[in-house]
Write a protein that binds this ligand. Structure first.
Ligand code: SAM
Ligand code: SF4
Length: 329
């Protein structure tokens, strides 16, 4: 799959549910309306979708959400998708999770060929963690991380940088990740979906985060790339990596290799644009995949050059109406 700008699409992220057991302040409102269950693709349909993309050249597959591990019977999807790892068609099957269910599933995931996971933690302070997630418990997530380590999974922590909320903890997070053997990525808040507060108040640009970290840690630029939007540095003192994701700058659009599928079968060709393609209708219209394949080709041919995110006082409305939990992080 090659888009009009010559970018080869090799990475598919799939939001397997828009539901979540947390309500993180920057991601959702307290009172979310979720999709009716009847709208969702079944797990078998999600497998068929993913397999069509793998056949067309996707090498990396990430399941996300919402919280992927709260979808009922989600392990059966990991189990079925693991056949593409075994056949060599897929290089990487992974997930992004809030960690709340990891102690239950970590070993099973490893058994299906998952080797690394991303887990989101925005604070190491139990009270603050509860306030940010509105429903989460830090100790449960910590137990999940211990299980994941025990299962041999490599772990990357995602932290959304929030001015006035967790910006006093960045050094602690770097030190803790160093001790635990985790990589760490800081993310800027993105203007996606209505939340209960004004995002401009929390927005902290990555150059500021990096400058603050450099006051205490020796950061060395690296050319390490995961095919994702993060820029990485090595931390001399801990020997671990830190990534910085700056979605509001355009520095990653030109190398964008990914598309995103929602749990209703809508394909978003760009995280920051509203244009999307319905793949559910062609999937359901025929038992063979020829309609689906044609719809995927047509969608890739429309992948836009880049996004239009802006966060400042003049642009404090969401750039796209959907929440991040619809398309996944
Ligand atoms: N529930 C899982 C989790 O929290 O990791 C997976 C889905 S979550 C939408 C994926 C990532 O997106 C998380 O790291 C989360 O912190 C981040 N995220 C959610 N809303 C965001 C926003 N508006 N701006 C920046 N990052 C956001
Ligand atoms: Fe749930 Fe993840 Fe959004 Fe938090 S960031 S509300 S854990 S989907």
């Amino acid at each position: 799959m090659i888009d009009p700008f010559g970018r080869t699409i090799t990475y598919l992220r799939v939001s397997v549910t828009d539901r979540c057991d947390f309500r993180c302040i920057y991601c959702m409102c307290e009172d979310m309306t979720f999709l009716p269950k009847a709208e969702l693709l079944t797990l078998e349909e999600l497998d068929r979708m993913c397999s069509a993309f793998v056949r067309k050249g996707v090498r990396r597959l990430r399941l996300t959400g919402g919280e992927p591990l709260v979808r009922r019977n989600i392990m059966s999807l990991f189990r079925s998708l693991s056949r593409h790892l075994k056949s060599g068609a897929l290089d990487d099957l992974t997930l992004t999770s809030n960690g709340s269910q990891l102690s239950r599933y970590a070993h099973e995931l490893a058994g299906y060929g998952v080797t690394r996971i991303n887990v989101s933690i925005d604070s190491l302070d139990a009270g603050k963690f509860a306030a940010i997630t509105r429903r989460g418990r830090l100790d449960t997530v910590m137990e999940g991380l211990a299980a994941a380590k025990d299962a041999g999974l490599a772990i990357k922590i995602n932290t959304v940088a929030l001015k006035g909320v967790n910006d006093d903890e960045f050094h602690d997070l770097v030190a803790w990740c160093g001790d635990q053997g985790f990589d760490l990525t800081f993310i800027e808040t993105m203007p996606m979906g209505e939340i209960d507060e004004d995002r401009t108040d929390r927005y902290l640009p990555m150059p500021v985060v990096r400058r603050r970290l450099a006051e205490r840690w020796t950061l060395r630029d690296t050319d390490y790339k995961t095919g994702g939007p993060a820029r990485y540095v090595d931390v001399a003192e801990t020997g671990r990596r830190i990534g910085f994701i700056t979605p509001l700058t355009h520095n990653f659009c030109e190398s964008c290799n990914r598309v995103r599928l929602t749990c209703t079968g809508t394909l978003y060709m760009c995280l920051g644009q509203d244009d999307a393609a319905d793949l559910r209708a062609p999937l359901r219209a025929s038992e063979s995949d020829h309609l689906l394949d044609a719809a995927i080709d047509e969608a890739i041919a429309r992948k836009p050059k880049g996004h239009d995110f802006i966060i400042d006082r003049d642009h404090n409305r969401p750039a796209v109406a959907r929440h991040m939990s619809v398309t996944g992080g």
